[in-house]
Design a protein around this ligand. Structure first.
Ligand code: ADP
Length: 226
């Protein structure tokens, strides 16, 4: 397989119609190779989240296409895209989406079990992922007993434990102070450089840009610099 993990051509998105028509993304070519940590930066409303949702198959483009790991998302049914996402992608979004009743290790292991891992193996791998993000002493804590930075690291451990080919992160540091923000950026960078995942991170946080192997700048629905 080539090193191109994601390849988008002529990708565009228009929301609504008539007077409510908004071009969120003008036709764009975009690619990501294995091991890259790509930061998509730009002001609020510039189309960053739209681009991320399109290349991760969460949103259907108005025009253009996306190939992920050599597969054309257009040729797949919604269900097929959903299971492809579960198998190959990890997501780190703001707001955590952690289940209040589950401990940190369960938040991670439940995803692995859904992928077909036996319970014991899932728990061992979940614990190892939490240790990697510095939460080895927090395995049995529920979200209500964790700080914002710790919760975000559980989310990262959950994404890393799957050993996904691509990790998508949307504003992963927006709710964090600078030290926690730096730590999250380092973890994502390590996932790309040490584990060979590709990481695409959308942010308007300029402090994160120094961690990227490549920076894509967006404005008004267009990629300005790549
Ligand atoms: P960013 O992530 O850079 O803040 P977005 O991709 O969220 O930018 O938004 C790009 C543009 O598309 C904005 O003008 C936004 O208002 C618009 N937009 C985003 N999502 C929708 C939607 N579901 N319906 C209509 N307009 C939307």
């Amino acid at each position: 397989m080539s090193d191109r993990m994601i390849e988008a051509t002529g990708l565009s998105k228009v929301y609504g119609d008539g007077p409510h028509r908004t071009t969120a993304l003008h036709p764009t070519d975009f690619h990501i190779s294995r091991g890259e940590f790509v930061m998509v930066a730009g002001p609020s409303g510039s189309g960053k989240s739209t681009l991320l949702a399109l290349i991760s198959g969460l949103l259907t483009p108005t025009a253009g296409g996306v190939r992920v790991l050599g597969r054309d998302l257009r040729a797949m049914t919604r269900d097929a895209v959903d299971s492809f996402r579960l198998e190959h992608f990890g997501f780190v979004f703001q707001g955590f989406h952690l289940l209040p009743a589950l401990t940190a290790v369960e938040q991670v292991s439940i995803v692995l079990e859904r992928q077909g891992l036996q319970r014991g193996a899932a728990i061992r791998r979940a614990a190892a992922a939490l240790e990697r993000v510095g939460l080895g002493r927090r395995l049995d804590n529920r979200p209500g007993e964790l700080s914002g930075g710790e919760k975000q690291r559980v989310v990262i451990a959950r994404a890393l434990a799957k050993q996904p080919q691509v990790i998508f992160a949307d504003e992963p540091t927006s709710a964090l102070d600078s030290e926690n923000g730096r730590q999250v950026a380092r973890l994502l960078r390590a996932a790309a450089l040490e584990e060979g995942s590709s990481v695409v991170c959308v942010t308007h946080d300029p402090r994160l840009v120094e961690h990227a192997t490549r920076v894509v700048r967006m404005e008004d629905g267009a990629v300005l610099i790549d």
